[in-house]
Design a protein around this ligand. Structure first.
Ligand code: ADP
Ligand code: MG
Length: 270
C-alpha cells in the first residue's frame, strides 16, 4: 500500500474523437498491470469510458455527476472493473446538465478537486485502497467539467490525433491552461502530449507528428499510438484492448506509453 497522495491526470482535448477515452482506458489498464492502483473518472456525458470498461447502464447508480453536484463521497461512487487494481467512477448523460446546474456557484470549478482531496480511503475486503493514479477522462469541450478536471489535476495528458488540423484548437487549449494556472490551479503541469491514430502509410501522419514535435518539443512522448482496429473493437466487448488482445500493436503502444509516463513521474520525483 502506498502512502503518497494519488497523482491526478486530466486527459484533455476539446476536440472529440482524438483518443481521450481510448487513452484513459488503456493507459489506466497498463498502469494497473504493472501494479499501480488506478481510478478512472468518467467525466463525459457519453459515458464511453464506463461502457468500454464493461460497466452497464444499470450499474451506474451513482456517477461523477453525483460526485460534483450532490457532493456524494467518492468512495460511494467507485466501482471495480474487470481489470484488477483499476476502478472507475462512471459517467452518464446527467453530466450534460452540470454546466447549467453549477452556473450560480462561484466555487463551481473546485467541485471535483474537493471531492478528490476529501475522499475517504476505501476499504475493499478489509484492505485499504489508496490510488496511485487518477485519470480524468474529459468531455470534448472546454466546459465547466473540463475546468473542474484541470483544477483537480496535477498534470494534463493531451492526446492529439495524427490528422490534418490536429493543431487546430491547441492555442485555445493552451490559453485555457494559462487561465487555470493564473487562478484555479497555479501548479498545473503538462505531463505530456501523445500522438494517436498514427498511420505509417499516410505521409500526412508524419507531417503532423513533426509539426507537433516542433511545437511541443520533449513534452511529446516517444511512444506514438498507431491506428489499430483492435483498439476500436475492444470497447464493444466492454474490455480494454489490453485484455481483448494484449499483443496487438495498439496494446503494445499503450504499455510503452505507461512506461514513459512512469519514467517521467520518477524523474519528476527525483
Ligand atoms: P475521444 O474520447 O477523444 O472522443 P475516443 O478515444 O473515443 O476519442 O476515440 C474515438 C474513436 O476512435 C473511437 O471509436 C475509438 O475506438 C477509436 N480510436 C481511438 N484510438 C484509436 C486508434 N489508435 N486506432 C483506431 N481507432 C481508435
Ligand atoms: Mg471520450
Amino acid at each position: 500500500m502506498s502512502t503518497a497522495k494519488p497523482r491526478i491526470f486530466a486527459v484533455v482535448n476539446q476536440k472529440g474523437g482524438v483518443g481521450k477515452t481510448t487513452t484513459s482506458i488503456n493507459l489506466g489498464t497498463a498502469l494497473a498491470a504493472v501494479g499501480r492502483r488506478v481510478l478512472i473518472i468518467d467525466f463525459d456525458a457519453q459515458g464511453n469510458a464506463s461502457t468500454g470498461l464493461g460497466i452497464s447502464r444499470q450499474d451506474r447508480t451513482l456517477t461523477s455527476y453525483d460526485l460534483v453536484i450532490d457532493r456524494v463521497g467518492l468512495e460511494k461512487t467507485v466501482l471495480s472493473t474487470i481489470v484488477p487494481r483499476l476502478d472507475i467512477v462512471p459517467g452518464d448523460e446527467n453530466l450534460s446538465g452540470v454546466e447549467t446546474e453549477l452556473a450560480a456557484d462561484p466555487r463551481r470549478s473546485y467541485r471535483l478537486r474537493e471531492a478528490l482531496h476529501n475522499y475517504i480511503d476505501r476499504t475493499v475486503n478489509g484492505e485499504l485502497v489508496r490510488y496511485d493514479y487518477i485519470l480524468i477522462d474529459c468531455p470534448p469541450s472546454l466546459s465547466a467539467l473540463t475546468l473542474n478536471a484541470m483544477t483537480a489535476a496535477d498534470a494534463l495528458l493531451v492526446p492529439l490525433q495524427c490528422e490534418f488540423l490536429a493543431l487546430e484548437g491547441l492555442t485555445q487549449l493552451l490559453r485555457t491552461v494559462e487561465v487555470v494556472r493564473s487562478g484555479l490551479n497555479p501548479t498545473l503541469e503538462i505531463q505530456g502530449v501523445v500522438l494517436t491514430m498514427y498511420d505509417r502509410r499516410n505521409n500526412l501522419s508524419d507531417d503532423v507528428a513533426d509539426q507537433v514535435r516542433e511545437f511541443f518539443g520533449n513534452k511529446v512522448y516517444n511512444t506514438v499510438i498507431p491506428r489499430n482496429v483492435r483498439l476500436s473493437e475492444a470497447p464493444s466487448f466492454g474490455k480494454p484492448a489490453l485484455l481483448y488482445d494484449y499483443r496487438c500493436p495498439g496494446s503494445e503502444a499503450y504499455i510503452r506509453l505507461a512506461s514513459e509516463v512512469l519514467q517521467r513521474e520518477k524523474a519528476r520525483a527525483a
